[in-house]
Design a protein around this ligand. Structure first.
Ligand code: PLP
Ligand code: LYS
Length: 438
């Protein structure tokens, strides 16, 4: 059985997370249920921060809240001294509702609306990560209208093909994100910002993709950006205070994944920035990163109740659970792989291979193919590991299935931090048809 953070088997032979029996969690909160191991999130946050501290560079570790945004999670990020990356008015609203220090919020997005930018400016946001010319123009106009200056990073696309799923690649040239570093776009954006009286340019940002297992892409990004910064320094006398290298550090979903320790990515990035700066006699900028998945992914486990079963003789055995692509769309969207055990008897011998289906009305709603399990019945509880990132945050109401609740566990205690949606919640915004239409 895969052990992760404080996941273990207790005296009753049940899976225990953060010192809490998962069978008891399922009985109290129902299933499906997202369970987060808070100690593991803290451990990851501290490892990133401590690595920067040891290397002696100024830094910010911003939690990419798209991975899992909820008020309690934002509070936890604040408690751990992280900054915060938000990518929409909704994520910003959640952060503000959680009381997160606004000066440590960075606002991303490739199509921020005027209303979203206004909301960020009115809140006194720490920095806007400007993505395109449309946004720069809008931002300057808004600042001028309000008579308020704002700090910004320019998001650049360095032209790097990181090795990951096509849909989660972002640093390659043909991407919807950022100013192209190689074809003059980024330089034109730089000139626009330098001549703006409203935008204070803190520096440059890039994000090359997600679920990346090598440091080579990050090193290459640093090289390409430092090359350009060197040119810009000579041409405009500008050198950034901040270099933000985004997130994307890979995690272990299954035994086929071999991620590097999170701190290692930081070490390699810092080493390369120092090397590039040193050889060009440039200062070492403050280095920011934006991990999402590597902070919360492995800390999350989803508990499901096993329900129906179908056997296609000589072909496959299906077991179905009470959730699926409505709470975890990643298998359907990215062909993502997961590992799972029976939470109520994780050490029982595996006797059969089953494929775990969700309950949505889609043949593609399969959570795990060919999973070895003990002979499984309808009173069993399935624990799917590593669902902490892009699980709840990408959950949906397909088939009008209410979103599951979220429970935090730590030191033998559990706390409900997101309630289960109700049927009432599902129709909250529906309006009754007035006939005839007026
Ligand atoms: C700009 C940006 N920063 C940070 C992240 C977080 O990525 P990850 O969850 O892979 O660390 C993403 C998502 O890929 C992103 O688009
Ligand atoms: N949602 C994706 C990652 C996208 C990252 C955001 N740029 C995933 O589940 O892997």
């Amino acid at each position: 059985m895969k052990h992760n953070g404080s996941v273990k088997v207790n005296g009753k032979g049940h899976l225990e997370i953060g010192g809490v029996d998962t069978v008891s969690l399922a009985a109290r909160y129902g299933t499906p249920l997202y369970v987060y191991d808070v100690a593991l999130i803290r451990q990851r946050a501290r490892a990133f921060k401590e690595t920067f501290r040891k290397l002696g560079v100024k830094s910010q570790v911003a939690y990419a809240s798209k991975a899992f945004s909820a008020i309690a999670m934002i509070q936890l990020a604040d408690e751990e001294g992280l900054s915060l990356d938000v990518v929409s008015g909704g994520e910003l609203y959640t952060a503000l509702a959680a009381g997160f220090p606004v000066e440590h919020i960075h606002f991303h997005g490739n199509n921020k609306s005027r209303e979203e930018l206004e909301m960020a400016l009115d809140a006194g946001i720490g920095c806007i990560v400007a993505d395109n010319f449309y946004e720069l123009d809008m931002l300057e106009n808004l600042c001028a209208e309000k008579g308020r200056k704002v700090s910004a990073l320019l998001r650049v696309t360095p032209g790097i093909e990181a090795h990951t799923h096509d849909y989660i690649l972002t640093g390659q040239e043909d991407s919807k994100f950022g100013f192209d570093l190689q074809n003059g776009q980024a330089e034109a954006a730089l000139k626009q910002v330098l001549s703006s009286g409203w935008i204070k340019l803190l520096g440059v940002h890039c994000h090359i993709g997600s679920q990346i297992f090598e440091t080579a892409g990050f090193v290459l990004a640093v090289q390409k950006i430092m090359d350009k910064l060197d040119e810009w320094h000579a041409r405009y006398g500008y050198f950034p205070e901040v270099l933000n290298l985004g997130g994307g550090f890979g995690i272990r979903y299954t035994e086929e994944d071999h991620p590097l320790p999170p701190a290692y990515y930081v070490e390699e990035i810092v080493k390369e920035v120092k090397k590039q700066a040193g050889s060009r006699r440039l200062p070492v900028p403050e280095i920011w990163i934006e991990p999402g998945r590597s902070l919360v992914g492995e800390a999350g486990t989803t508990l499901y109740s096993v329900g129906s079963r179908k056997e296609v003789p000589h072909v496959r055995k299906y077991i179905a659970v009470d959730g699926g692509m409505s709470d975890n769309i990643r298998p359907a969207l990215y062909d993502a792989k997961y590992e799972a055990v029976l939470a109520n008897r994780p050490l029982d011998k595996c006797e059969e291979t089953v494929s775990v289906a969700g309950k949505c009305c889609e043949s593609g709603d399969m959570l795990i193919w060919d999973l070895p399990l003990p002979k499984t019945g309808s009173d069993d509880l399935l624990a799917v590991f590593c669902t902490g990132a892009y699980g709840y945050s990408m959950a949906n109401n397909y088939n009008r299935i209410p979103r599951p609740p979220v429970v935090f566990v730590e030191n033998g205690k559990d706390e409900l931090v997101v309630k289960r949606e109700t049927y009432e919640d599902l129709i909250r915004n529906d309006l009754r048809l007035r006939v005839p239409l007026s």
